[in-house]
Design a protein around this ligand. Structure first.
Ligand code: GDP
Length: 445
């Protein structure tokens, strides 16, 4: 549901264009007006809306479009490019200190998702080969320390926290000692969680600024809830003045965010969006790529993220084995089931399908598609005998009836599943013959 209605409206506006051959200035103006309304309704800051629509309009009326073979397509391209610019242009990666530990400080309002993010970032860094440690400098909220300890445990990283019962403690001191601890114990990254308040306030800013001064972080990430809408810009500016930050993290992009925060913050602060958080689980997190996000918003698809998630979720050994099986025609229903179960690791299937180009057109199908599908598939395949699973050709009418009864499904369900399996096997066989070769080379290097 990232940018749900904004995305629907922009995609719709651009789709209407596609039917046209030449574009008149009135067509361009109409399109720009629609875009403007969609952005304003999504709570995008007025300044950003103005500069965005002005840029699109100017380019769309210029030679670039006039001389294009397909003017409408060219306008889509322009909107896409300008959107990428608003979102920060190039992807910006974390800067690591030449001399470890790298210190990353988190700042933001209470409830923005800092503590959760600390866990996500730590888990991700660990996967990237780093050795992070979490530091609990949020001593404001009564259970913030415990919460950080819980996410630390989930992420499998140590948490540096003040001893319980030691009074309230001084967050600046804790931060400093945390960094010292990391340096002594040779951890290479320190993530400092800080306190937030419900609203911007002077004490909070001062504390965050003091922590910043004390630990001299390599990165200060401003964490902002994408759902806060119109307040996003004011909040971001207050933090920029009070603490300053090197990058932005957008959280709760899985919610019904109208998108205003995401589309305003980078431009209004001149700081890049570096990560996006898309759920409560520690894996609901990804580095932010302006270009990919723009194509997701415009429903141009986000194949790259999809592939990366797939690579993260799939066991490489397993993938290699499966590719071999496709190529040699020995892919079985058991493998099919295993693959489906792996899909589950990839997070919500809906979210995944949402990254495919043109997926919005399939909205209804998407909404009907839920993880129950996997459960049904499991039930059916588990009702098959070992021999049947190894060789789907054995599945005659009476066997199918028995399987349907055994799994509480209908024969039609069983038939559909078998058809799907056979089609997949056939299709993948051709693909895999080429791919498994490439894959092997890639795995070795
Ligand atoms: P903090 O006060 O800034 O440390 O915020 P927390 O990390 O405690 O998060 C506040 C709430 O938002 C918690 O209930 C989190 O589970 C939830 N949360 C954090 N990030 C996300 C996200 O990306 N999506 C959703 N849906 N919930 C989130």
């Amino acid at each position: 549901a990232t940018f749900g209605s904004l995305s629907d409206r922009l995609a719709e506006t651009l789709k209407n264009l596609r039917g046209k051959g030449k574009l008149s200035p009135a067509d361009v103006d109409g399109t720009v007006r629609e875009i403007r309304r969609a952005l304003l309704d999504a709570d995008v800051a007025l300044d950003v809306v103005k500069s965005f629509t002005a840029a699109v309009r100017e380019r769309a009326l210029g030679d670039e479009v006039n001389k294009a073979l397909n003017p409408a397509q060219q306008v889509v391209q322009i909107v896409n490019e300008e959107l990428v610019q608003i979102l920060g242009g190039q992807q910006r990666r974390l800067e690591f200190a030449k001399k470890p530990p790298t210190v990353i400080m988190l700042a933001g309002l209470q409830g923005a998702g800092k503590t959760t993010l600390a866990g996500k970032l730590a888990k991700w860094l660990k996967k990237e080969g780093h050795t992070p440690v979490l530091v609990a400098s949020d001593l404001q909220r009564p259970n913030a320390v415990t919460q950080l300890q819980v996410v630390g445990e989930q992420a499998g990283v140590p948490v540096f926290a003040p001893e319980p019962g030691n009074g309230v403690g001084d967050p600046v001191k804790v931060a400093k000692n945390g960094v010292k601890f990391a340096a002594d114990k040779l951890y290479d990254t320190v993530i400092v969680d800080t306190a937030g308040r419900l609203g911007v306030d002077a004490d909070l800013m001062k504390q965050a600024a003091n922590i910043r001064k004390a630990v001299d972080p390599d990165e200060v990430l401003f964490v902002i809830d994408a759902m806060i809408g119109q307040d996003a810009v004011a909040t971001a500016k207050a933090f920029q003045e009070g603490v300053d930050f090197t990058g932005v993290v957008l959280t709760k992009l899985d919610g019904d965010a109208r998108g205003g925060a995401a589309l305003s913050v980078a431009q209004m602060t001149g700081r890049p969006i570096m990560f996006a958080s898309t759920g409560e689980g520690l894996d609901d997190f990804e580095p932010f790529h302006p270009d990919r996000m723009a194509s997701r918003i415009l429903d141009l698809g986000d194949i790259l993220t999809l592939i990366e998630q797939a690579q993260g979720a799939f066991d490489e050994e397993e993938a290699l084995k499966i590719a071999e099986k496709f190529a040699t025609d020995s892919f079985t229903l058991d493998d099919f089931l295993k693959q489906m179960q792996q899909l589950r690791n990839m997070g919500s299937i809906k979210g995944m399908l949402g990254m495919l180009p043109g997926a919005k057109g399939m909205r209804e199908q998407l909404d009907n598609f839920d993880e129950k599908e996997i459960v049904r598939t499991e039930a059916i395949i588990q009702s098959m005998t070992k021999a049947e699973r190894a060789n789907s050709k054995l599945l005659n009418g009476s066997r199918r009836l028995r399987i349907a009864r055994g799994s509480g499904m209908t024969v039609t369900d069983v038939n559909q599943l078998v058809n799907r399996f056979e089609q997949a096997a056939k299709m993948m066989k051709t693909v895999a013959k080429g791919a498994s070769l490439r894959y092997r080379v890639w795995v070795r290097s």
